[in-house]
Design a protein around this ligand. Sequence first.
Ligand SMILES: Nc1ncnc2c1ncn2[C@@H]1O[C@H](COP(=O)(O)OP(=O)(O)O)[C@@H](O)[C@H]1O
Ligand SMILES: [Mg+2]
Length: 488
Amino acid sequence: MSGMFDIVLTKKQEEIISTFFEDNSVRWILSVGGKGSAKTTASVYILLNLFFNPEYKGSKILIARESLRDLKNTLVREFKSHLTKLGIPEDKAYTHHEGLQLFRSLLTDTEIYYLSLSSRNDQYRSVLSYEFNVVIIDELDRISEEAFDEVSQRMRLKHKFNKGLLNLNPVPETHWVYKKFVANNFPQTKIIRSSTYDNYLIKKVNAKAFSLKATEYVSPQGNIYYVINNTRYEIIGKDGDYYIVKEFNVSHPFLVEMEHKHYSFRRVMLEGQWGSVNVDDGIYTPYFTERHIATDIITPKDLMLYYRLYGGFDFGVRRPAFVLIAEDEWGRYIVIDEILGENISSIQFVETIRRRLREKWKLDIQDVEIYGDIAGSFREQSDGLSIIQKIREQYGINIKTQKVKVMDSLFKIKTLLEKDIANIPALRVHQDCPMMLAGMLGEFKMDEQGKPIKDNYYEHIHDAFRYGMMGALKNNFNSNFKVYVPEY
Ligand SMILES: Nc1ncnc2c1ncn2[C@@H]1O[C@H](COP(=O)(O)OP(=O)(O)O)[C@@H](O)[C@H]1O
Ligand SMILES: [Mg+2]
């Protein structure tokens, strides 16, 4: 297909494009990737094929983005410049009506409309009067869910070909796109994830000439690359007098700049993992690095022999939360498990915790010292009993409470993150705890006063973590640990 226009595609682009044109079970492709991972360019190639291939004749295509100006400066401009580069003559092969924001192919009658989907904009409403069989939205994460729903209901033109492509930078679990497509498994959708490092072409280069010209570069992550005229290469093989190399399509200085950013930014914008890029207001973002992600394999037997266990329990009416913290012999902590309840009472949630501890960790809930908020010991108006009392009566479990001052707990956690014990951070989060990881990397956010903000999602995991952690620290009779006050 790409041969039609003499364009060389990256592997990821091939995957996106073949899914787009060949997989009939898919209505929506969610193409999620970091900055510069070649998403927009893949869309341009798709447009070119749709526009001229007689297979798709009579198509009505919508391309959209939040802002019309951005759309004109990216997709539309690239599309047009490819037409020019390929020597396709305007007004013979196609027409461009700038006022109508429309391209029409004179060979296939296919029409491409380009529109803004900003909710503050009239064009959004004008979408309502069209029907399309193909929709391409760039930067979906910036568009409202209502706008998407509207467009989705307009992708109903009867045509033998029907497909939508949604490009976006990764979003956190709290974003509507994540909820709709990932958490709630939107039907007929295929999610294709890519990273900026996927944006390369394989080349074969003369080894001698290459070595003469190339400068070695070692990234902060320890990977070895070679650079010629700001283009980055990675040697992946040798074939006689030739090297097989990856030639990256984004510039070397751009990659260097990204690689020097904080890990929380890199993992989202460079590696394309789900998460937030707005991490400036993350409480722990400056303290939490890759070193704080534990990859140790911890078996139930290890837990029994070498660790002391603490739980943090955030009571809640709808979303109770629990985290499990293991303290090793050195007095270092690893958060090893997390549960966030959904539409479940705190009392029922105890059963969820009990089951998880038994099934995943072969632990009796009694083996874990669980801490909760002091409010859990207050009597409730309805029956004069506190949550703690009810849990004790129903399950025979004693949940401890203590008064935890918010700022005090944040300070102690930051201090732990900055401290090493025998060259390993005193506090880590296990890689199997995605909510805690996302939280530490930016989703546990603070307001201007530095207080945690209430988002009704991450805040609950954060609270559970704080209660558990403060319980563990109170109990830490290991003299290795001292909270010290840094000098300012
Ligand atoms: N197949 C390709 N061959 C050469 N360059 C490419 C290719 N795909 C993408 N690029 C280049 O890589 C850069 C980033 O691509 P782009 O599509 O803008 O990424 P994204 O939309 O994911 O941020 C652009 O400069 C683009 O021209
Ligand atoms: Mg783009």
